[in-house]
Design a protein around this ligand. Sequence first.
Ligand code: PGA
Length: 246
Amino acid sequence: MARVVVHADKAAAAQAVAVVIRDLVVAKAKAGQTAVLGLATGSTPLPLYAELIRLHREEGLSFRNVVTFNLDEYEGLSGDHDQSYRYFMEQNLFRSLDIRPENTHVPAGTATDHVRTCADYEASIQAAGGIDLQVLGIGRTGHIGFNEPPSARDSRTRRVHLDEVTRRDNSVFFGDLARVPHGALTMGVGTIMEARQIELLAFGSSKAEIVRRAYCEKPNADCPATWLQLHPACTFHLDPLSDSEL
Ligand code: PGA
């Protein structure tokens, strides 16, 4: 069962998760090892990324020994498209840290050979030693990454079709629903479940119902976040609003 922590607000949640990441990065550096982080996009992790940048600038936390793998990318968007997740990560995190650019990985949205690109992504995660800590948001469809319903427990990194609820939710960023891609490349549920530790963040009343389903429903493919109940080290970080239906 996932652990649930209800924080006073999203800033407090972001601070708590940033401390967990800091401690991991510092411990790995002391051991002469690399910390492998799985990262997410969307509005939810923004306060976490702001806090990581603060820890870097004000407390000297170095990301030189950190490798990152993002969950997903829109199909057809290149890294310089202002709605691509590569662009999001550069703007909101990477450019403000001392992380080595070659250590940051985001699936290639413009790849033509999806099968090969996704297999290579899985292989790079394996070659890095697997993901130590995965940051997750949750979509109102129950998606983690872009694993829309139905997504099997053992699904791997692949091309997926985006749910219309997700396209509508994300259309605010694109300004127009018609501009939101219909497809994406995403780590699979099985890929995510192999992370040694998972920190899921969900804030606000719009997430209350899906948080309840994710936590209370029997694990099933129609609410992919329910699979997290089967993970041995997964924490849901909530605020009072997203916790309101638990
Ligand atoms: P959000 O997206 O952080 O913008 O709410 C979360 C998600 O879709 O995983």
